[in-house]
Design a binder for this molecule. Structure first.
Ligand code: MLC
Ligand code: AMP
Length: 495
């Protein structure tokens, strides 16, 4: 096959509207044309990027998608950057991925200009690239690397998760089958586009199906709700924090306005929650407000989506359903034995064509993440009446806040650079809106003083908003184990 499937499918849907932003529309044909021009600019004198990494930063929309497709069509590996990242965080992603070029929209360029100058990298401004026609593009086989997404975890710096075109195709096809995506679907896209939820579940599934995306720069609740009332969308995907915020907003509205919006939600074909645990109480509140039963599913950057409540059958609050098409899943005990008894907890391990190929430039970490060919997610679950329920994570160093995965170790490393802090331990504490909020217990250097506001304003230069501590507890000493190593006790004993 000469062309990647995504582009071949776009040709099939050429005249359909791929993106609708207010009154502005872009067809699939326009995406194909624009991405070909950008690909040709990226290629310059070469005929194939040969998996060279290209980092990019642009708001959700026509330019963003054109750039992603251009990188793929030129044979490159797409490295999406985060809008909320600080300069040191952006520089880390660009250098760790060894990107040779950065593409930005004009309004985002100031975030990467200084980095590109310092690292002597090419900075391509999307709006400066002219449209050209008749360019020849390389044949990109689907086994090649396609994307690197940065994910936090039990290492102090985020790791690059590499997926091939084949991995991505499997992840998409599994969801198209399970959730019956159709060309008539219309979905708002407000989740960040440096994470799998926004990139695969929303953007790529919609584009694969010939559906229409309505992009937003971020979660603009007022604009989105007014479109919901007008029946602009058939499918809706969000993290639990967003449903909590929506419930709060709907409950504080005047009756007339609320009933118009609620009726819009009620008419949607499908509403999905994922990326963090959806409390059963939120699930039930949403149903009583809108009549919609949210479909909760479970996934991870490294594996795509793995478990889902059914489209057609019972959607059980507090559970994540059953394995999705193409996903083999097992629970493994602490001793590494398969768990086969209902109600007995084990680590979720996954196998299948959608699983990532490697952590970028970290062969040892990649090898440690698999057990006999099964990817070890670090999430603990049980099976109850045939449905899986997530119980928590193996590591306290992983925090999920607002749907973002955060590494306690990364935040600790940043905070230790503060002159007042001698030692610290970062943990996630339960939070009704954010799922977990970042909290820090710190031992100060002699004679130093620190309060949460001082710490937060200092952190702003170094950490993305959602990594900035929300609580600080100054302690005389941190708890230690027999070896003298700091341990993290249950949060209730700390805060
Ligand atoms: C922001 N704030 C937080 C916070 N994030 N406070 C506590 N904890 C957090 N995590 C604070 C800010 O400091 C600010 O406070 C105020 O909240 C508003 O910030 P904001 O950034 O404007 O918030 P908002 O726009 O409302 O964003 C919330 C959100 C966003 C839920 C829309 O966090 C989001 O888009 N999350 C989705 C992340 C995602 O896509 N994850 C998927 C990963 S993939 P102040 O005081 O400054 O006003 C994955 C796999 C899978 O997980 O299964 O899908
Ligand atoms: P990320 O590494 O950002 O892709 O986040 C993946 C992690 O999000 C998983 O390992 C889980 O811990 C968590 N997660 C995703 N979906 C759910 C869910 N429905 N319930 C509980 N946790 C979830």
């Amino acid at each position: 096959m000469d062309e990647l499937q995504l582009m071949a499918r776009a040709r099939f849907h050429a005249g359909a509207v791929a993106i609708r932003s207010g009154v502005k529309e872009h067809t699939y044909a326009e995406l194909l044309d624009r991405s070909a021009s950008l690909a040709s600019e990226l290629l310059g004198e070469t005929d194939d990027l040969n998996e060279g990494r290209v980092a990019y930063l642009a708001p959700a929309g026509f330019d963003h998608i054109s750039v992603q497709w251009a990188i793929w069509r030129a044979g490159g590996v797409a490295v999406p950057l985060s809008h909320s990242a600080t300069e040191p965080e952006l520089e880390y992603t660009i250098t760790d991925s060894q990107s040779h070029c950065v593409i930005a929209s004009r309004d985002c360029a100031d975030k990467v200009e200084a980095i590109c100058e310092r690292l002597r990298l090419r900075l391509l401004i999307i709006e400066d690239v002219d449209n050209v026609s008749g360019q020849s593009l390389p044949v990109v086989t689907s086994g090649r690397r396609a994307m690197i997404l940065y994910t936090s975890g039990t290492t102090s710096k985020p790791k690059g998760v590499v997926t091939t075109h084949d991995n991505i195709q499997s992840q998409i096809e599994s969801l198209i089958e399970a959730w019956k995506w159709q060309p008539s679907d219309r979905i708002p896209l407000f989740l960040p586009l440096h994470h799998i939820h926004g990139i695969i579940n929303v953007m790529s599934c919609a584009l694969w199906s010939g559906a229409t995306i309505a992009p937003f720069r971020n979660f603009d609740m007022t604009a989105i709700l007014s479109r919901v009332a007008d029946d602009a969308y058939t499918v809706f995907m969000a993290v639990p924090t967003i449903y909590v915020k929506l419930i709060q907003a709907l409950e504080s509205m005047a009756d007339g306005e609320r009933s118009r919006i609620v009726a819009g939600f009620a008419r949607m074909r499908l509403m999905i929650s994922g990326s963090a645990a959806l409390p059963a109480s939120v699930h039930e509140q949403w149903t009583s407000l809108t009549g919609q039963k949210l479909l909760e599913r479970y996934g991870m950057t490294e594996i795509g989506m793995a478990l889902s409540n059914p489209l057609g059958g019972e959607r059980r609050p507090g559970t994540v359903g059953q394995p999705l098409p193409g996903v083999a899943l097992r629970l493994s005990s602490e001793q590494g034995e398969p768990v086969t008894t209902e109600g007995e907890p084990g680590e979720i391990q996954v196998r299948g064509p959608g699983i990532f190929s490697e952590y970028w430039m970290r062969p040892e970490v990649t090898a440690e993440s698999f057990q006999d060919g099964w990817f070890r997610t670090g999430d603990i679950a049980v099976q109850e009446d045939g449905y899986y329920r997530i119980m928590g994570r193996r590591s306290v160093d992983i925090i999920k806040s607002g749907g973002y995965k955060l590494s306690a170790l990364e935040i600790e490393a940043a905070l230790l650079e503060h002159a007042a802090i001698r030692e610290c331990a970062v943990v996630g504490i339960p939070d009704d809106t954010w799922g977990e909020a970042v909290a820090v217990a710190a031992v100060l250097n002699d004679g130093e003083e620190l309060d949460i506001e001082m710490l937060r304003s200092w952190s702003r230069e170094r950490l993305s908003t959602y990594k900035i501590p929300k609580r600080l507890l100054v302690v005389d000493a941190l708890p230690r184990n027999a070896m003298g190593k700091v341990t993290k006790p249950a949060v209730t004993t700390l805060f």
